[in-house]
Ligand binder design. Structure first.
Ligand SMILES: [Zn+2]
Length: 342
């Protein structure tokens, strides 16, 4: 039988159940091959319905580690409602240590609303947006910068949904205990998980918790605390499952990422030397770095300047760059009223 995606999840079953989504993808070595994506359902009666996912991009590890640990530790008797955990959403990408799937070059976070008859990444996106997200009140999608990008650890949301959904997303995002959080505007039709969550009627919360295809004690601590704080805020659990955690020492500083004008893009081959680290507070016109041309070593390097005031939120890690690569991004300081405004 050929359908978009198979599963045997019983959404009404209490207890903890680990199973797989199966995405048919007939290949030379295995005509009836299915991409198997692990999914864990933990349910204890009715209550908050939360979907936790990581591995939307395969090389982003904080969420993948924290969610597999959470899956093992969560005792159904110690929670209420429903928690669905998808720790490696784009599993082929995770197994290849890549951002995108090697099977179809699919970037899951650019694949929504998906296609039930398409390549595996697009079938998965279709299932998530049309079948799984609508069964949940909140979707928490955990990212990081991945192999080529350093990222300021920060929560993230998109301006999506009704004003009430927007306010609730902001409240939940600020409750994660992250030092920074940015609000992106990608539009209602965006191909991202956050736009898909809104289209499915769920509150979307996300974040960039590290970068460079690695994890650190600091990035893991922030991620674990954010997951526990979200589950406690929603009433899924009463005590931290991944804790104990350090206390939150400052309110979350909101940042806006609304325009490509807040970034410096390469427009030719070059070698990027940054002047500051993510987290630096900068002003428009200050030196962001230098762009070298190793094919013309006699030519002076080009000075790159920040295009806006704010906080450096991401930076390219790989020195060797090409036309089109985003070298550095600046988040503009944002007030709560601005975040909620139209
Ligand atoms: Zn990502």
């Amino acid at each position: 039988m050929h359908t978009g995606l198979f599963h045997q999840i019983d959404f009404s079953a209490d207890g903890k159940h680990l199973s797989h989504l199966g995405i048919p993808f007939s290949i030379d070595r295995s005509p009836y091959y299915q991409v198997k994506v692990p999914v864990c359902r933990i349910r204890n009666g009715t209550g908050p319905r939360v979907l936790l996912m990581a591995g939307n991009h395969g090389d982003e590890y904080e969420g993948e580690i924290c969610l597999t640990r959470l899956m093992r530790r969560l005792d159904p008797a110690a929670m209420r409602g429903e928690i669905t955990i998808v720790p490696f959403a784009n599993r082929p990408a995770m197994m290849a240590a890549r951002r995108r799937s090697p099977l179809d070059e699919g970037n899951l976070n650019r694949a929504f609303p998906g296609d039930p008859a398409g390549a595996p990444t697009f079938r998965l996106a279709h299932f998530l947006e049309h079948e799984l997200f609508p069964r949940h009140d909140v979707v928490f999608d955990i990212h990081s910068g991945g192999t080529t990008m350093a990222h300021l650890p920060c929560a993230l949301m998109e301006k999506q949904g009704t004003p009430a959904m927007l306010a609730r997303a902001l409240e939940l995002m600020e409750g994660l205990g992250m030092p920074f959080a940015f609000v992106a505007e990608n539009g209602a039709t965006a191909p991202t998980s956050m736009a898909a969550a809104a289209r499915a009627g769920a509150i979307g919360v996300s974040g960039e918790f590290g970068g460079g295809a690695t994890v650190t004690p600091a990035s893991m601590a922030l991620t674990a605390r954010a997951i526990d704080r979200l589950l406690i805020a929603l009433g899924s659990v009463e005590a931290p499952v991944l804790g104990p955690h350090a206390a939150v020492d400052a309110p979350t500083q909101l940042l806006a990422l609304q325009s490509h004008d807040q970034a410096v893009f390469a427009t030719r081959r070059g070698w990027f030397e940054p002047a500051v680290l993510p987290g630096a507070r900068v002003k428009a016109g200050e030196v962001a770095g230098w762009y070298h041309d190793f094919e013309r070593p006699d030519q002076a390097e080009e000075t790159l300047r920040f295009p806006a005031d704010g906080i450096v939120i991401s930076q390219r890690l790989h020195t060797d760059s090409e036309s089109g690569d985003c070298l550095v991004q600046v988040g503009r300081l944002l007030t709560r009223a601005e975040a909620l405004g139209g």
